[in-house]
Design a protein around this ligand. Structure first.
Ligand code: ADP
Ligand code: ADP
Length: 233
């Protein structure tokens, strides 16, 4: 089934005297289990598309489906609920809470929804193990390497059983060895059935995805299956 579908999406920003057409009619479908890299030069609309996929903003025209729900018709409350409950965000800067332990950071999305209990705590420990942090459950972010911190963020992104992981330059702060480790983790999670959408400007990173979408001037320049995909070690 479908994780996300964009149908003729347009996004316009109205400035004082002009309208900026950031997206000018973008359509694509992300089936469950896909692994997509979104690329494009500066100003091509990547951030705008990311904001729409992450339910941080609504399109000016067009429909955006998460599963079978049309998100473009939702009000602000519905949008923030779906954002908190069904999208797994991973950022370049990890966005961990320094005062909290690994397990507590993974639990944060549930905390906001008042869904923390013994069972959720157990699930967060399991997610820490899944990303290779089973020996670091009570560490705080400052006691972890950058790669380990990004693993915490990836575990946190999974706690809500999201439609997809939405990764924004997720390896942008990491050296090449650690980048490879994080890409190996993404590949394993994808092999296990999780859907991944990542925005990156690095060809070496996009080379790991199953599919590469390129934006140019607010339109899809290309949308191709990555036949020469590189597998992370
Ligand atoms: P990218 O992430 O690929 O650099 P953006 O989505 O940030 O592209 O921007 C696409 C176009 O929309 C650019 O011309 C940018 O200046 C414009 N834009 C983006 N966000 C806004 C905004 N909030 N208000 C006005 N214009 C914007
Ligand atoms: P990124 O580095 O992620 O591509 P941008 O530099 O495109 O981010 O944009 C940073 C922020 O500024 C975003 O929230 C974007 O919506 C906003 N923005 C981008 N271009 C414009 C613009 N021309 N006018 C107003 N806001 C903009």
């Amino acid at each position: 089934s479908v994780a996300a579908q964009m149908v003729d999406i347009k996004k316009e920003y109205v400035l004082k005297s002009e309208t900026v057409r950031a997206l000018r009619g973008v359509s694509f479908t992300v089936p469950e289990g896909d692994y997509v890299a979104i690329m494009g030069p500066s100003g091509s609309g990547k951030s705008t598309l990311l904001n729409l996929l992450g339910c941080l903003d609504r399109p000016t025209f067009g429909s955006f489906y998460l599963g079978t729900d049309d998100v473009s018709k939702m009000n602000d409350d519905q949008l923030s609920h779906i954002r908190a409950s069904r999208i797994g965000f991973v950022f370049q800067s990890y966005n961990l809470i320094q005062q909290l332990t690994v397990v507590e950071n993974i639990e944060v999305p549930l905390y906001y929804q008042g869904r923390v209990n013994a069972a959720s705590r157990k699930r967060c420990r399991e997610l820490a193990q899944l990303v290779g942090l089973g020996q670091r459950l009570d560490h705080r972010p400052t006691q972890l390497s950058g790669g380990q911190q990004q693993r915490v963020a990836i575990a946190r992104s999974l706690v809500n059983d999201p439609y997809f992981i939405l990764a924004d330059e997720a390896t942008g702060n990491l050296d090449s060895v650690t980048t490879e480790e994080i890409l190996a983790l993404f590949e394993r999670l994808n092999d296990e059935g999780r859907t991944i959408i990542m925005v990156t400007h690095e060809d070496e990173v996009a080379a790991h995805a199953k599919r590469v979408i390129r934006l140019r001037d607010g339109l899809l320049q290309s949308d191709i299956q990555n036949e020469t995909r590189i597998h992370a070690k």
